[in-house]
Design a protein around this ligand. Structure first.
Ligand code: PGA
Length: 256
């Protein structure tokens, strides 16, 4: 696991944006796993500014609320079109977001897994992290081998997401999310986290034992996982000074 700590969310995002941009330039038909929430907003803005060619890029989003109309402002369909897809030359047919309104949700989940495989697997998965350590919407005690499926949000996540909906009651209880096993199959994983409210979850994920109580800790078993953090999110890491030194003293050939 590589842990990159920068002073600001903007600086941490820029490193992530360079990694995504390099992938899209080197592999124009790359398969990207995408995340929603407040964390990746800066990343998407930066990628839009970089004027990359998205025409052959395939995307798979991590998750979606169940029962929220696709055109609801807080659906992840709306989020992705508003914050990224509308601003780049992506082919609509190559965009995949779980359908939270399907009659047969388990069928949708199985088909999603199949589509990821048919696309050749995910080259690079972007992740945020919940204050409870969730990745995607894999809440604490999610199986570390889980696949795309229905999950029930924890009260903490519904409280965290109430800011988007105006009140907690409006946050759906149920979601479709890629599983941790699904995420672990991405060839590279890039987790972004900003702010002191993420510090505990980040420290447990990076330095704690691998445990389903902190689903992000499964990334300790991923051979190509990178955390891009600001100082707030890094503030509870025991070995922050070591990670800073490693990054600052990287040989040029190892830089993104
Ligand atoms: P946030 O959510 O980016 O809105 O903080 C992160 C997450 O729940 O994964």
């Amino acid at each position: 696991m590589e842990i990159v700590i920068q002073e600001t969310p903007e600086a941490a995002t820029e490193i992530a944006a360079m990694i995504v941009a390099r992938l899209l330039r080197e592999k124009p038909d790359a398969v990207l796993g995408l995340a929603t929430g407040s964390t990746p907003l800066l990343l998407y803005r930066s990628l839009i500014e970089k004027k990359l060619d998205w025409s052959r890029v395939t995307t798979f989003n991590l998750d979606e609320y169940i029962g929220l109309p696709q055109d609801h402002p807080q659906s992840y369909h709306s989020f992705m079109w508003t914050n990224l897809f509308r601003h780049v030359n992506i082919d609509r047919a190559r965009v995949h977001i779980p359908d939270g309104n399907a009659k047969d949700i388990p069928g949708v989940c199985a088909a999603y897994e199949k589509r990821i495989r048919a696309a050749g697997g995910i080259d690079l998965q972007i992740l945020g992290i919940g204050t409870d350590g969730h990745i995607g919407f894999n809440e604490p005690t999610s199986s570390l081998a889980s696949r795309t499926r229905i999950k029930t949000l924890t009260p903490q996540t519904r409280k965290d997401n109430a800011r988007f909906f105006g009140d907690e009651e409006s946050v759906p209880h149920h979601v479709v999310t890629m599983g941790i096993g699904t995420i672990m199959e991405a060839r590279e994983v890039l987790l972004l986290a900003f702010g002191a409210q993420k510090a505990q979850a980040v420290a447990e994920a990076a330095e704690g034992p691998m445990t389903a109580i902190n689903p992000a800790s499964a990334l300790q078993m991923h051979p190509e996982a990178r955390f891009c953090l600001d100082t707030g999110a890094a503030s509870k890491l025991q070995r922050a000074e070591y990670y800073r030194w490693v990054y600052d003293n990287k040989p040029d050939w190892q830089r993104p």
